[in-house]
Design a protein around this ligand. Structure first.
Ligand code: RUB
Length: 342
């Protein structure tokens, strides 16, 4: 294409959009790797053209999903490492930077797991929502320390990422009880920790994670069960320091309703083109437009206020949510523009 974006980047972007690559850490990792591939395969004949291609590749990746800030954080990190006066120098500095990102990401997750594992005692039961590699890193480190744990795993509709969590836990030989999302409150009586990940953490300590996290956290507070959020610092959302809110992704109604199910509800077998009639938007108040009187909304994430969260575990230590802004100031300093938006 005209932009010079290589097919491998387009295909990574497609994989993220279609959720073949999913979860905030995996998305960030894939995006950084895709930028390295762009650098490797670029045929740009001038430094300016090379930089332009890298920015176009970053923009393509950025457009995929809006909620996990690890994605723009990763893109920004790699592009800021692009340095040199020749195409060769730019290429190698970009690749080196992307490799460093991937290495740091894995190291941060190990460190976070180690820190988070101290909250888990021998014999504890954790209740999980969705599939978070950061959350599972805490379990893995606790197991490695010789603790025995059990897990109650929420299915996590509509896409059932709980199955991925259950598979991983069974590989580690952790006894798993899989439950429907609706059953969670009943199982809090048997739970020692609610353990979840995050797609973004806002400056006020709000946790943006898979839809259903906030209701779970409120119920856990009511039952006196601590809520532990495992989130590397790449999940900290710099824009929220200046008052921006995090966009909540609205996904296709087809994740909730097949064409047949839709027709059964509205009594019109010919109305199959559901996607054409809905306008997904980040704004929950703006309902999708339909002409059938049936509106289906499918937000993928929600916001858990800081008062329902006991600790945010990062690779830099554990924080009460209200003090996460201190770490954000230290890490981000003053907010700046995104390098691909020029
Ligand atoms: C995934 C999700 C995960 C976070 C953290 O949502 O909400 O809890 O991304 O995951 P989706 P990780 O399946 O829609 O991408 O700890 O692996 O970064």
């Amino acid at each position: 294409p005209e932009s010079g974006v290589v097919p491998a980047v387009e295909s990574t972007a497609d994989d993220i959009t279609a959720m073949r690559i999913r979860g905030a850490a995996a998305i960030a990792d894939a995006a950084a790797t895709a930028l390295a591939t762009q650098a490797e395969r670029s045929t740009a004949d001038s430094p300016a053209a090379f930089e332009q291609e890298l920015r176009a590749a970053a923009a393509t990746l950025y457009e995929t999903r809006p909620t996990a800030v690890s994605l723009p954080n990763a893109l920004r990190y790699v592009l800021r490492g692009m340095d040199g006066d020749t195409v060769a120098a730019l290429r190698s500095s970009t690749i080196t930077r992307a490799e460093r990102f991937t290495r740091d990401l894995a190291q941060a997750q190990d460190r976070l797991g180690e820190i988070g594992s101290h909250r888990l005692q021998d014999g504890d039961t954790v209740l999980t929502h969705c599939h978070s590699t950061d959350a599972l890193a805490c379990v893995e480190a606790a197991l490695e320390a010789g603790k025995e744990l059990e897990a109650i795993v929420k299915e996590t509709r509509p896409r059932k990422q709980g199955h991925i969590t259950a598979r991983q836990l069974r590989e580690w030989d952790v006894p798993v009880t899989l439950i429907a999302d609706n059953a969670a409150r009943r199982y809090l009586d048997r739970t020692d920790h609610v353990l979840v990940g995050a797609d973004s953490i806002a400056a006020d300590g709000s946790v943006i994670n898979k839809i259903g996290t906030s209701g779970l956290a409120v119920n856990a507070r009511e039952r006196g069960v601590p809520v532990m959020v495992a989130a590397q610092t790449i999940k900290l959302h710099p824009d929220t320091m200046t008052g921006h809110t995090v966009e909540i992704e609205m996904r296709s109604e087809r994740e909730l309703l097949s064409d047949e199910e839709r027709a059964a509800i509205i009594g019109d077998a010919t109305d199959g083109d559901a996607d054409a009639k809905t306008k997904p938007t980040g704004d929950v108040d703006q309902a999708p437009v339909t002409d059938s009187g049936l509106t289906v909304e499918n937000p993928a994430f929600d916001v858990t206020p800081p008062r329902y969260v006991d600790a945010i575990v990062t690779e830099r230590g554990q924080f009460p949510p209200e003090s996460i802004v201190t770490l954000m100031r230290e890490l981000f300093g003053e907010p700046t523009d995104d390098p691909w938006e020029s």
